[in-house]
Design a protein around this ligand. Structure first.
Ligand code: ZN
Length: 186
């Protein structure tokens, strides 16, 4: 490849990559701000990009989202769900309560075994009748207490991608996540 042509290809590739992430971020924040009306997440949430194919996550007690370059808006919506649970104590209480109710008859199981995906490593879940076993992910902190849930993040992602599917397949979860985004009162 001629150097000039190679440079043009590189510049176009960089522009496309940046454009995709920028658009996805704008779309995710726009949707989140319109849909989540609880008004509790007022602190600035910062996006820090990572290289393509990294696993995106919410860090810094919910105020920093590490997003892999090229990840779609649904992933950013998902991570904003973690921020919401982390930053709003009422949402966190509601998550723990809903989790306990839904999984009271479930045992802790391996996500890798349940899904056949070795990428989950040693991650655990209580699968309930969730649409995806990841929704019941069981994560503890150093003291053995529940650290966070995937209920708000996965619920928001479902609302973003296919709300009708969630309503039809798991109306109880649908009702719960809609209450959460309108601002839980107890
Ligand atoms: Zn998550």
């Amino acid at each position: 490849m001629k150097p000039l042509f190679a440079l043009v290809v590189l510049v176009v590739a960089l522009l496309l990559a940046c454009g995709c992430t920028g658009t996805a971020t704008e779309e995710a924040f726009d949707w989140f701000n319109r849909v989540v009306t609880s008004g509790k997440v007022k602190r600035k949430i910062e996006i820090k990009p990572m290289k393509t194919s990294s696993r995106s996550y919410a860090g810094g007690t919910g105020t920093t989202l590490r997003i892999a370059n090229g990840d779609p808006a649904r992933t950013i919506v998902h991570e904003l769900g973690h921020s919401l649970e982390e930053l709003d104590q009422k949402v966190w209480s509601a998550s723990r309560k809903f989790y306990a109710e839904r999984t009271k008859k479930d045992k802790i199981e391996s996500l890798a075994k349940l899904t056949g995906k070795r990428g989950y490593g040693s991650e655990k879940t209580k699968k309930d009748k969730f649409l995806h076993p990841y929704m019941g992910k069981w994560e503890t902190d150093a003291t053995g207490q529940q650290a966070y849930t995937e209920l708000v993040s996965m619920g928001l992602e479902e609302l973003y991608v296919d709300p009708v599917r969630l309503l039809e397949k798991d109306p109880e979860y649908f009702k719960w996540i809609v209450e959460v985004i309108h601002g839980v009162t107890a």
